[in-house]
Design a protein around this ligand. Structure first.
Ligand code: NCD
Length: 339
């Protein structure tokens, strides 16, 4: 069990004997995994290792010159089978800021649209000897399958309703920077829990760090067995938000049947949309988060999304830092295992 003190002390506690100095001068233990497929594969020390690495990467994006030579000579392929703006751009910027050669492949322009199978695509990309492939796919498990067919590291950038590990890491880093801690906080995740890989990865991560988690959704948007993944389940926003430190709103996943599980958008907004009246039940210093893309007037009032409690653009900024950290940790790990 991870207590608050341990969370604070995590970076010193997890330092290993063969830790390697980072470009920021800090040293971190090697990351003990070849791929990042989901938060479920990580323990609390792995998570804190990545958060601490990301914390040290964050200032780089604020420097006048933002590139490091860390991954120079390395090749990163971004393979996106689902639409994405921010996640793909974030991985691209992260790789480029570390000096990697980054190739973006979207399915619309690839041979997958000519009927090539996922495995054939993976085999062909593998033959080009990349060091890391970042994959987003509409089916749960597809990224793990692909990881078994290639020789390089694979990062899951979202697979169906399963996991989105870098989103959960960037959310945790954003919370830790705003609240100076994670343990002891109450995080309320609200909306389309049933169809959300973001909710799943966040609940796994926060659970591993002993953060108190609540999910709030209409009964139809709560998946079976959700009580095993979180501390408390609510169907009423006011009750669920009472005393929360962090309010994380989720998009209604229209493409994954989220919309048809609610009577109407107006009704949904009335009961589950975050507006000032509902937000007033959270702690006075609570922060508001959203992974994006946001549907204003569906799950969130624009006044809240753009208001003083919103940390939504900080999440996007931390996304680059987290992806830099993950790319560095995996590629670094690959090099050490070849030595
Ligand atoms: C999320 C995703 O794709 O899972 N967005 C993101 O990564 N920026 C959440 C969503 O699509 O609602």
């Amino acid at each position: 069990m991870l207590n608050q003190g341990l969370t604070y002390m995590a970076s010193s506690k997890t330092k290993a004997v063969n830790a390697k100095p980072s470009d920021s001068g800090e040293d971190f233990p090697p990351f003990p995994h070849k791929h990042l497929l989901g938060i479920s594969q990580l323990n609390q020390y792995d998570i804190i290792n990545l958060l601490d690495r990301a914390q040290s990467m964050a200032p780089i994006s604020r420097q006048p010159r933002k590139t490091l030579p860390t991954l120079s000579g390395k090749t990163q392929i971004n393979l996106f089978f689902e639409n994405s703006t921010r996640t793909q751009a974030s991985f691209e910027i992260a790789g480029k800021r570390l000096g990697a050669l980054v190739l973006n492949m979207s399915v619309k322009t690839s041979s997958v649209s000519k009927g090539e199978t996922l495995i054939d695509t993976a085999t062909n990309l593998n033959a080009m000897q990349p060091d890391v492939i970042v994959v987003r796919h509409g089916s749960a498990g597809a990224v793990e399958l692909l990881s078994q067919k290639v020789g390089c590291s694979v990062i899951n950038a979202g697979d169906g309703t399963h996991e989105h590990p870098t989103q959960a890491l960037l959310d945790a880093l954003t919370i830790r920077r705003h609240k100076n801690r994670l343990a002891g906080l109450t995080v309320a995740i609200c909306g389309d829990i049933a169809n959300s890989r973001v909710a799943r990865s966040n609940l796994l991560l926060l659970g591993a760090l002993n953060v108190r988690t609540r999910v709030i959704a209409p009964q139809t948007l709560l998946p079976a067995g959700i009580e095993k993944l979180c501390t408390e389940v609510y169907t009423n926003m006011e009750e669920g938000l009472a005393g929360a430190d962090v309010v994380m709103m989720l998009r209604l996943q229209r493409e994954r049947a989220g919309e048809i599980m609610t009577p109407s958008i107006r009704e949904y907004y009335r009961f589950y949309g975050l507006d000032a009246q509902k937000f007033a039940h959270a702690k006075p210093d609570a922060i508001v988060m959203h992974p994006g893309p946001m549907n204003r007037g569906v799950e969130i009032d624009p006044a809240i999304a753009d208001g003083p409690a919103s940390v939504i653009t900080d999440q996007v900024e931390m996304g680059v830092a987290v992806r830099m950290a993950v790319l560095d940790a995996l590629i670094d790990n690959g090099e050490q295992s070849h030595e």
